[in-house]
Write a protein that binds this ligand. Structure first.
Ligand code: PRP
Ligand code: URA
Length: 215
């Protein structure tokens, strides 16, 4: 399932010693679930922080104990869309960083035979403000079926700025997302080699949902 020619111009790989070290703990099959959850959450802060780099701000004044200073207030209408289940770990961190974001949970389950994403929950508003900035949160970008299904929900609402935040991405998934949604910016901690015959990312970190929540 190797894919070549991945367009990396819309992909940010967060490649910091701290994130690389955390990812190594996540990859290790011996890392117990408690530590896995804790490390996945830590990594989520860094990834969401990086994905939000282009967030809009407006200038405001502020009074320090010493006197007036210039500052900024966040001005974008932000939406987080965690893909259940594993995306909840990214959402926990994202919500702490941007408390006033709207959160729309997207229930998708990958059929392990066909590898197709099956929708079981989506409760979205009928419209979103034009200037909305949507962050689809899904730790594993494998075939890209789940990410595309989630992104499509917001694309249909005419949202123009959609980001995808993942922990590990496969070239196949990146290619699929960008073939359907060329403007989506992907932020990830790693772009791995390929998918195996079961649609798992190689080397990846295994089944993210199971490792976070248990089988
Ligand atoms: C996993 C993962 C992604 C999806 C990625 O979810 O969390 O959502 O697979 O695979 P894809 O790119 O091939 O669609 P899963 O369906 O296992 O659900 P879970 O998070 O509830 O375990
Ligand atoms: N879903 C996962 O949790 N891991 C993979 O490697 C692929 C899909």
């Amino acid at each position: 399932m190797a894919t070549t020619g991945t367009d990396t111009s819309k992909v940010t790989i967060v490649n910091h010693p701290l994130t690389r070290n955390i990812l190594t703990r996540l990859r290790d099959y011996q890392t117990p679930s408690g530590e896995f959850r804790e490390k996945a959450r830590q990594l989520s802060y860094f990834l969401v922080y990086e994905a939000m780099r282009e967030l809009g701000v407006r200038e405001v004044g502020v009074e320090t104990p010493i006197g007036p200073a210039k500052g900024v207030a966040l001005s974008d209408y932000v939406v987080f869309a965690p893909v259940l289940r594993a995306g909840l770990i990214l959402a926990e961190a994202a919500q702490e960083l941007f408390a006033n974001a709207r959160i729309y949970h997207i229930g998708l389950r990958r059929d392990e035979e066909t590898l197709k994403a099956i929708s079981y929950y989506a409760k979205l508003p009928e419209a979103l403000p034009n200037e909305s900035r949507v962050f689809v949160l899904d730790p594993m970008l494998a075939t890209g079926g789940s990410a595309c299904a989630a992104i499509n929900l917001f694309d249909k609402l005419n949202v123009t700025t959609i980001h995808l935040v993942s922990i590990v991405a496969a070239p196949e998934g990146v290619k699929r997302v960008h073939s359907q949604f060329p403007n989506v910016h992907i932020t990830t901690a790693a772009l791995d080699e390929n998918l195996n015959e079961h649609g798992y990312i190689v080397p990846g970190l295994g089944d993210a949902g199971d490792r976070i929540f248990g089988t």
